[in-house]
Design a protein around this ligand. Structure first.
Ligand SMILES: *Cc1c(COP(=O)(O)O)cnc(C)c1O
Length: 397
């Protein structure tokens, strides 16, 4: 039996579409099977090749590939030497991993509010959060748009803070013409399948600092080194390696690296297509006073990861939940990015109160993410626009 749309009639889309979808082609499959047939499965040459490729794309001097974006953030926080008593400022409108990495190190995340127009962390709010215990800032390029890096770098310089950029959404984005990955002390990437390019699971940290790079490499693999210059007790024994610190096993496999190398070849294509869909949505939604379109700073040339539909609630007779359900009824499977991190019950149990960041909380109540991925057709995008228009027309005041 055909399902009926919640608002009556047939759903605008006959088949469901979700907010994100990875894209794998025959080149990707060939790259992976080649490694499986004849390559090393881990710690082999594909890792080095991937790291060199990410350095070329981002303009960074060093790169460390790891098993996830979360691992990337964790080793970046370790390299920044975050520990008990330290505070690290980040945004609440992000995936929990951006703040969890501070907790892994025994530090305390401090949440600065967002800019209500761009949804990125507000530099003035960062300033207001600084205390004598502040050690670092984790700035998230939310939806792929670069944060206000000039202002944030200046704050970090003034207060001697390490700047970690969480660019899980932002591979391919440029700020003032320079690629994300070469603009902060360390930049963390994620290559989970919902992100713009994927390794299945994977992540990386880029940096220009040799000292940070050495710490990142140690943290990735148990803190064990074969480099005599890093040993407390160097010997000539050929088997000798030394655990010089405490690390983890955060290594990526070579077949994942091969997949990502192949995916990165398509990054310009992915960026362009995502941009086309964003412009199509923006044009349509700017004509609807019930919708707030995300503002872009002119410095950011963005490879967009997420498209945020924000309702101007006072112009509609429905809640966000009703709008979300109606979209689902039209076969558009949306998602909400994100619950303010400190609203999670775990953060509540650590003593974070509601009301900390009013702009972030107001944002959360009005948003959902629309489909945005490379293989969408113009027809897909038009059907999403038609569904939004149908729901807006139904609920408008
Ligand atoms: C996806 C994501 C992460 C975590 O990456 P994983 O690869 O899933 O571990 C961290 N921060 C942000 C902003 C993300 O979107």
């Amino acid at each position: 039996m055909e399902k009926l749309a919640i608002l009556g009639g047939k759903p605008v889309r006959p088949a469901p579409i979700s907010y994100g979808r990875h894209y794998i082609d025959e080149d990707d499959i060939r790259a992976v099977t080649e490694v499986l047939r004849k390559g090393d499965l881990t710690c082999g040459p594909k890792i080095r090749e991937l790291e060199e490729k990410l350095c070329r794309i981002t303009g960074a001097r060093y790169c460390v590939a790891v098993s996830s974006g979360t691992a990337a953030l964790h080793i970046a926080a370790m390299a920044a030497q975050i520990g008990p008593g330290d505070e690290v400022i980040t945004t609440p409108i992000t995936f929990a991993a951006s703040a969890n990495c501070v907790l892994y190190c025994g530090g305390r995340p401090v949440f600065a509010d967002i800019d209500p127009a761009t949804y990125n962390i507000d530099p003035d709010s960062i300033r207001a959060c600084i205390t004598p215990r502040t050690r670092a800032v984790i700035a998230v390029d939310f939806t792929g748009q670069a944060v206000r890096l000039d202002e944030i770098r200046e704050i970090c310089r003034e207060h001697h803070l390490t700047l970690i950029e969480d660019a899980a959404h932002a591979i391919g984005t440029r700020y003032k013409g320079r690629p994300v990955g070469s603009l902060s002390d360390m930049t963390a990437f994620s290559f989970h399948p919902v992100k713009t390019v994927t390794a299945g699971e994977g992540g990386a940290v880029t940096t220009d600092s040799r000292e940070l790079y050495d710490r990142l490499v140690l943290a990735r693999s148990h803190g064990i080194t074969r480099d005599r210059s890093q040993m407390v007790h160097p010997t000539d024994d050929p088997w000798y390696n030394e655990q010089a610190g405490l690390g983890y096993n955060y290594r990526m496999t070579d077949f994942q690296a091969a997949l990502l190398i192949s995916q990165l070849d398509k990054l310009p294509l992915f960026s362009r297509r995502r941009g086309e869909i964003v412009r199509r949505y923006d044009r349509a939604f700017r004509a609807m006073p019930q919708i707030q379109v995300q503002e872009e700073i002119p410095e950011s040339d963005t490879t967009r990861h997420l498209y945020i539909l924000r309702l101007r609630s006072h112009t509609l007779r429905c809640s966000r939940r009703e709008f979300f359900d109606a979209l689902h009824g039209e076969n558009i499977y949306s998602q909400v990015h994100y619950l303010p991190v400190y609203w999670h019950s775990y953060y509540e149990s650590l003593g974070y109160p509601k009301g900390l960041c009013p702009n972030a909380e107001a944002y959360y109540r009005e948003v959902m993410s629309l489909p945005l991925f490379y293989s969408m057709t113009d027809g897909d995008a038009e059907s999403v626009i038609a569904a939004v228009k149908k729901i807006v027309d139904y609920y408008r005041k």
